[in-house]
Design a protein around this ligand. Structure first.
Ligand code: GDP
Length: 470
């Protein structure tokens, strides 16, 4: 209204005429706003705000005619001791040709092998934790998951988790039924169990490729790699080598002599030595670039892992990296990202915990303390709830927003995140999923065996007298 030099009532009337029932200070979309403004005699132009990120990083789609085939990126997952590491080692060594045999193999976190004249890139960190940690940072790195299941053991809890993680990421699964050299190996049983997770073996008319292998004798490994190539061919993986490189940090560390060292997986474009890159919160020039065989290289195309030096700081595994043209802007962008991160941390710090409760009450930040109570039986859940709510005083109201029976589970955590609540458990534990993700979830969970201790902690926290957690 002020820009139109009109009254708010005039604008609201116009909006009502268009069937939009808007109140003052309500946000309306650009199209509606422009109709109203034009009807009221103003000229409308859309101001496009371009962020540094958008100016610096070329996120345009590639034209189909610029795309060429690229090799698949594979990760190995499965239950502990089912042979992930052995399989990765076996694949790696099987591919070392006679000329390379004496040479040093460099462990940089990823390696490429050649099978049937085609390249395959393996991520060298087995397990779904690394995979999911990368995914949580927004990195979609892998094309194919090799799910290792020991033929003498069958599907185990981490196998199921791996299946679920792969499915959630929409990644193709190839099953390697490992340890077939063992006397008690029973591949049929594994295939039977797989069907329970909607992975029906091709042998039985389904579309899940199952390869019997032995990481120890090497049997079936060639066939497994052939299948990887087959799946990759069907997936028709493409990239554009003629653009600035973009990819993911696979590993990074600080080397005493060389400074920050990072393994980058190029996912699109070509990385050249000398390029300016921005990786997460750090910038630098690619100084020395080495491949997984330890050879110095000057460029790395799509699906190629390389180790580089030259970054100012150590990035985090899973950070996305981009080669950019403007170093000054890149530095600005990193500053901005750091600032944004600090703000985010500050916001999290502001969250109520029993430890900062008192100071937040004192600052008038907190008027209500939301709690979630879980107990072993409904009677105790009720008792804990009532005793806690009785702690309400003039400054702060204690409110139990949910109480229930059983272990602290993911849905409690989600509720706590959404409502800023603290979880109090009485004679219960956290279930596995909660324990697995407790670091990221950033929710305060306190477990007690004695009702009095729970009540007392909250009471002391309200007075700012809580003893530090041991
Ligand atoms: P990871 O925990 O999944 O990485 O499993 P490892 O690769 O560490 O293997 C666990 C154990 O199983 C080791 O003692 C390996 O030697 C053994 N193992 C792995 N693959 C095979 C196999 O194909 N046959 C036999 N007999 N043993 C295997």
């Amino acid at each position: 209204a002020s820009r139109l030099k009109a009254t708010v009532t005039d604008v609201i009337k116009k909006l009502m005429g268009l069937g939009v029932m808007a109140a003052q200070n309500q946000v309306i979309d650009f199209d509606t706003a422009s109709i109203v403004a034009e009807e009221m005699g103003a000229k409308v132009e859309k101001e496009v705000v371009v962020t540094i990120e958008e100016r610096l990083i070329d996120d345009s789609e590639d034209n189909a005619d610029e795309l060429v085939s690229r090799s698949p990126v594979v990760v190995v997952m499965g239950h502990v001791d089912h042979g992930k590491t052995s399989l990765l080692d076996r694949i790696r060594h099987a591919s070392v040709t006679a000329t390379e045999a004496g040479g040093i193999t460099q462990h940089i976190g990823a390696y490429t092998v050649e099978a049937d004249g085609k390249q395959i890139t393996f991520l060298d960190t087995p397990g779904h934790e690394a995979f999911t940690a990368m995914r949580a940072r927004g990195a979609a790195v892998t094309d194919i998951v090799i799910l290792v299941v020991a033929a003498d053991d069958g599907i185990m809890p981490q196998t199921v988790e791996a299946i679920n993680h792969a499915k959630a990421a929409n990644v193709q699964i190839i099953v390697a039924i490992n340890k077939i050299d063992k006397p008690h190996a029973n591949p049929d049983k594994v295939m039977q169990e797989l069907t329970e997770y909607n992975l029906v073996p091709e042998q039985w008319g389904g579309d899940t490729i199952c390869c019997p292998v032995s990481a120890v004798t090497g049997e079936g490994i060639d066939n497994l790699l052939e299948m990887v190539n087959l799946v990759a061919e069907v997936a028709d993986l493409k990239a554009n080598p003629n653009r600035l490189a973009k990819g993911t940090v696979v590993e990074a560390r600080l080397d005493k002599g060389r400074g920050p060292v990072a393994t980058l997986l190029v996912q699109n474009g070509t990385l050249h030595s000398g390029d300016v890159i921005i990786a997460g919160m750090t910038v630098g020039h690619v100084r020395v670039m080495t491949n997984d065989k330890g050879a110095v290289v000057n460029e790395a195309g799509p699906s190629t892992p390389v180790e580089i030096t030259g970054l100012a700081e150590v990035p985090a595994a899973g950070d996305i990296f981009n080669a950019v043209e403007d170093e000054r802007l890149a530095r600005e962008l990193v500053e901005q990202r750091k600032f944004d991160q600090k703000e985010e941390q500050f916001k999290q710090y502001q969250k109520v915990t029993l430890d900062n409760l008192f100071s937040q009450i004192a600052e008038g930040e907190v008027k209500e303390l939301p709690l979630i109570v879980k107990a072993d039986v409904q009677g105790s859940a009720e008792a804990v709830k009532q005793s806690l709510e009785k702690l309400t005083n003039d400054e702060v109201r204690v409110r139990v927003i949910h109480n229930g029976v059983g272990a602290v589970n993911k849905s409690d955590v989600m509720l706590a995140q959404a409502s800023g609540a603290i979880i109090i458990g009485f004679n219960v534990r956290m279930d596995q999923a909660v324990r697995d993700s407790i670091e990221q979830d950033d929710v305060e969970i306190r477990l007690y065996r004695i009702i009095y201790d729970a009540i007392d902690d909250v009471k002391q926290a309200m007075k700012g007298m809580l003893a530090p957690k041991t």
